[in-house]
Write a protein that binds this ligand. Structure first.
Ligand code: 5GW
Ligand code: MN
Length: 296
């Protein structure tokens, strides 16, 4: 009897139903050199993933910060998350804000809820961004560790426009920054000052990861955020702040602690970079904001 061979490289663009062994993407890198999957549309079967996990026991947390004027971004984020994020699964939204009275009311699917955590307002916007590391590691230890299995930590100035499901679950998850997934190493905007804790030399670095979407199991998120928090403090003591704030420290962390799963820029798209067909599904996209209005 002849073995049936599956023309793996002919099936890009088709669905899993057409090809039992699945379509593969040949136009993008789907595996890192350390054999972690890079999640692109067409590389996974959500039906298989949903069957594999036990929906009743899996709990997913989504953290975001809506400080000061950024509270206006909360409504579109949560409303679209109810439409697209982990639909059918248990989700806890953890909202850090200094404006608890301005948190809108939402209606949630079964097993989904929102928890508000009040924070003091920091003066400098760089601190608002960087303090996220300290806050996430703190509340992860105290609370999230006991309430959810996985945490995804996202910017608030975003909305979901397509499905985001179990394909993003992994022990340590980073996302490719939409501006640099086609760039070479020398173009990555890493921190290049050797004095900084976030320093990456020219001949090192795998990818440029986005600061606005990372996660993993809660223990790994604690390790990442704790590490970044202490690196930020060490730099502060030397009067240094890395080039892209928390994003620079995340990039340094991922250099030495490789993500077990890497999300393609489908999972943090910025239309500033256009609408290229290689990004087949823009799932989680930045909401345009007026820098002038918000920052100054
Ligand atoms: C305000 C002015 C400048 C920079 C950041 C802020 C700010 C950020 C804020 O006032 N309130 C706030 O909650 N943030 C949080 O930090 C949001 O979760 C926001 O998504 C995240 C990162 O700041 P972004 O989104 O302005 O940064 P980029 O690099 O995505 O533009
Ligand atoms: Mn943002």
């Amino acid at each position: 009897m002849r073995l049936r061979t599956v023309p793996l490289y002919d099936c890009a663009g088709k669905t899993w139903r057409d090809t039992p062994n699945g379509p593969v993407r040949t136009d993008v890198q789907t595996l890192t050199p350390w054999l972690a999957p890079v999640v692109w549309n067409g590389t996974y079967n959500i039906g298989i993933l949903n069957k594999q996990y036990n929906k009743k026991t899996l709990r997913i947390g989504l953290t975001t910060f809506a400080m000061k004027k950024y509270i206006v971004f909360l409504k579109p984020l949560i409303e679209t998350a109810e439409m697209f994020f982990m639909v059918g699964h248990k989700v806890n939204y953890y909202i850090f804000t200094d404006r608890i009275n301005e948190v809108p009311t939402f209606s949630f699917g079964d097993g989904r809820q929102l928890m508000i955590i009040q924070l003091p307002a920091y003066q400098r916007w760089q601190d608002v961004s960087m303090r996220r590391m300290e806050t996430i590691q703190d509340y992860s230890r105290q609370q999230f560790l006991h309430e959810v299995d996985y945490l995804m930590c996202v910017d608030v100035d975003m909305k979901f426009t397509d499905d985001v499901g179990l394909e993003i679950i992994g022990d340590l998850v980073g996302s490719l920054h939409p501006g640099y997934f086609k760039s070479s190493r020398d173009q990555y905007p890493y921190e290049r000052r050797a004095l900084s804790q976030a320093f990456i030399p020219n001949d090192e670095g795998d990818y440029y990861y986005a600061g606005g979407h990372f996660g993993g199991n809660v223990q790994e998120v604690i390790k990442l955020t704790n590490h970044c928090h202490h690196a930020i403090l060490a730099d502060k003591a030397n009067n240094i702040e890395a080039r892209w704030h928390d994003e620079s420290y995340i990039n340094k962390y991922f250099l030495h602690h490789k993500p077990t799963k890497v999300l393609s820029p489908e999972y943090i798209w910025l239309y500033y970079y256009g609408d290229p067909p290689i990004i087949q599904r823009k799932r989680f996209v930045e909401v345009p904001k007026s820098r002038i209005l918000l920052r100054y």
